[in-house]
Design a protein. Structure first.
Length: 135
């Protein structure tokens, strides 16, 4: 009997930041997926709720305070080297001015332009749901 190799599981949170009729997207500036577009966020730390992790990550990455709203979806995606569990929440900016600390670019996308960037595979799974339900 051959035993399947177990993939490392990475659990992250992602903010779908909405402002009027636009959604905020960021372009990765580092790592294996450099230049791919994603919803900002990051890894949860031990003892954090997804909401706490999201507030912390967005403050670190974008220097803004957000209000975390409803859970849109939890995406389960198999990348070649790991399995990603991504908790995605609708968010709004409470305070601060957006500053890109870890990303190389960002865009506010409308319903019509939501598919105009090259989304990372796990993030791409959310696009139709966001377009249909939130824009």
């Amino acid at each position: 009997m051959i035993e399947r190799e177990r993939k490392k599981v990475i659990e992250v949170v992602a903010a779908i930041i909405k402002n009027d009729d636009k959604i905020f997207a960021t372009q990765r500036g580092y790592g294996e997926f450099k230049d791919g577009w994603e919803f900002p966020g990051g890894k949860m730390e031990t003892g954090e709720t997804p909401q706490q992790a999201l507030i912390r990550e967005i403050k670190e990455e974008l220097e803004i305070d957000i209000e975390v709203g409803e859970l849109i979806d939890t995406v389960e995606y198999d990348y070649p080297k790991f399995h990603l569990t991504m908790h995605c929440f609708m968010c709004v900016i409470k305070a601060g001015k957006l500053v890109l600390k870890e990303h190389e670019a960002s865009k506010w996308l409308t319903k019509e332009t939501l598919s105009s960037v090259e989304w990372l595979p796990a993030d791409k799974e959310l696009i139709d749901k966001i377009r249909d339900r939130y824009l």
